[in-house]
Design a protein around this ligand. Structure first.
Ligand SMILES: *[C@@H]1O[C@H](CO)[C@@H](O)[C@H](O)[C@H]1NC(C)=O
Ligand SMILES: *[C@@H]1O[C@H](CO)[C@@H](O)[C@H](O)[C@H]1NC(C)=O
Ligand SMILES: *[C@@H]1O[C@H](CO)[C@@H](O)[C@H](O)[C@H]1NC(C)=O
Length: 479
């Protein structure tokens, strides 16, 4: 070093300082004005990004114990606010539904919509057009519409019977339902029938699952996602052409026909690219969550044999053993319905759901929240709130029943399907499917631990957005 002129060394220092300063200006987090929510300042540049890990709900719960029900975070340059109680969540997505109606501009969201967040319905930015599209989607998945219920009831029993057969093939021996229960493929088939009267031969399911906040960095996941989106676009482009060739405007066969009619009559200025994205979104939405729910369900029932016994008694009373339980039967099984709510609450497959963004400057719990702020929800904390769920870690379906044994849905304490303008359009059908699958399985089998096995853990693993139970072995004893 001593051979270098000292001006040269100080020049280096000046340049380094300049680079750091410019870097700071470019990468510094967006400032919060006014009265911001409290929260950790995190690291320079990345904020709290690396503290989230793949169990962000744990970091959120810890942080909320220090800062309260609403706190702020910086994730990279993104401003984030986290809602940790039912009240703050309801304020955001019910009371201020029109404000928190946007989706943030995230790389993963953009990729999922084929590079354009005005297309599709799922990760789409808020707009008039987006609202119109969502309205059509809701109608397509509303079981109160006879045509929808009819198609649903036509295809579901076939899919459920095939699931029951898969389990029967295990012949009472130990097996891991993760490997056998093709629930995802069954659901995807039902959705396919509703959308375009066809099942896609996928072999398995379209598992789109990632941590949205990690996808600000391009990675291998991104390439995988792009490839998947391309494959789906290919299928759906062919389907659109096929449907257009055979369309009869006075008798639409399915949701795709309805979209094409809207397009031809100019009622909805929807492009083919947009139709493609809508189909992709619907064909990939919610399957992971529903599959995780069924796997948690079986695990929790093995751990709670008394609940399982009660369910079987209800099924035997309402249906008997001579025929398979139907959607109609399930409306008369309050204990089964309550159990499904409890499975969703305790299994908690999506601990941090529904990433939203504020369309304009607003407030949350009295704090200023600037336009564009991302809102995340700590659903795991809300589902275990002592005030609403005494002994929260106990699996107890009867907490969702009133004194007369009727179901009291927990939606006033826990919004499992979101709410407001972004409420899950498939929620009724998703619940119906889960209830029917459980009823059919429990009518035929009793789930048990294999001899000598010890109980499994309830921590599970989250590789992406969805929390699955760890692999486990059980036996399905024919009844
Ligand atoms: C879904 O449909 C595909 C293709 O028609 C079929 O191969 C598969 O067995 C079906 N899945 C289930 C669970 O019925
Ligand atoms: C279209 O549907 C209507 C109503 O179901 C039917 O009367 C008509 O024959 C159909 N047209 C063609 C070309 O199939
Ligand atoms: C339970 O049933 C009784 C008698 O029909 C009725 O008076 C009461 O209001 C019911 N309770 C609830 C919570 O619905």
């Amino acid at each position: 070093m001593e051979t270098l002129p000292s001006w040269f060394a100080s020049m280096h220092l000046v340049i380094a300082a300049l680079v750091l300063f410019v870097g700071y200006l470019l990468l510094r987090p967006n400032r919060w004005r006014g009265n911001p929510p409290p929260g950790p300042s995190g690291w320079p540049v990345v904020g709290s990004m690396f503290e989230l890990g793949n169990r962000p709900e744990i970091f959120f719960t810890k942080t909320s114990e220090r800062y309260g029900d609403v706190f702020r975070l910086n994730l990279g340059r993104k401003r984030v606010v986290v809602a940790n109680s039912y009240e703050t969540l309801a304020e955001a997505i019910v009371e201020k539904a029109r404000v928190f109606a946007d989706r943030p501009q995230l790389l993963s969201f953009k990729l999922q919509e084929g590079g354009d967040q005005t297309l599709g319905v799922q990760f789409t930015r808020a707009s008039e057009m987006q609202r119109k599209k969502i309205k059509l989607v809701r109608a397509a998945f509303n079981p109160a519409i006879p045509d929808v219920a009819e198609r649903f009831d036509a295809v579901l029993p076939i899919e459920v019977a095939s699931l029951v057969q898969d389990v029967a093939r295990e012949d009472g021996g130990p097996f891991d339902p993760h490997d056998v229960i093709e629930f995802c493929s069954a659901m995807s088939n039902v959705t396919g029938m509703l959308l375009y009267s066809k099942t896609l031969e996928l072999g398995s399911c379209l598992l789109i699952d990632w941590l949205p906040w990690l996808s600000w960095f391009p990675s291998a996941d991104v390439r995988e996602l792009q490839a998947l989106v391309r494959t789906m676009t290919g299928w759906h482009t062919d389907l659109i052409e096929e449907h257009r060739q055979t369309l009869n405007e006075s008798s639409p066969r399915d949701f795709l026909d309805q979209l094409l009619i809207q397009q031809q009559t100019g009622k909805l200025m929807v492009s083919d690219a947009d139709i493609c994205r809508i189909l992709d979104d619907l064909q990939s939405a919610g399957f992971n969550t529903a599959t995780a729910n069924i796997l948690w369900g079986i695990q929790l029932l093995v751990q709670n044999p008394d609940v399982q016994k009660k369910l079987q008694a209800e099924i035997d009373e309402v249906v008997g053993s001579g025929r398979a339980p139907t959607t109609k039967d399930c409306r008369n099984m309050p204990y089964l319905e309550a159990t499904l709510w409890e499975i969703q609450r305790v299994g908690m497959p999506v601990p941090v759901p529904g990433v939203r963004a504020a369309l304009r400057d607003t407030t949350l719990s009295g704090y200023d929240v600037p336009k564009g702020t991302i809102m995340l929800v700590n659903q795991a904390k809300i589902a275990t709130d002592l005030a609403n769920f005494p002994q929260p870690h106990r699996f107890d379906p009867s907490r969702h029943l009133d004194e007369n044994g009727s179901v009291v849905t927990p939606e006033k304490k826990l919004m499992l399907f979101g709410n407001g303008l972004r409420i899950c359009a498939g929620r009724h059908l998703a619940r119906d499917q889960m209830v029917i699958v459980m009823a059919n399985l429990l009518q035929r089998f009793t789930f048990r631990l294999p001899d000598g096995a010890t109980a499994f853990d309830n921590v599970g693993s989250t590789d992406g957005l969805v929390r699955f139970p760890l692999p486990y072995k059980i036996r399905a004893i024919p009844r």
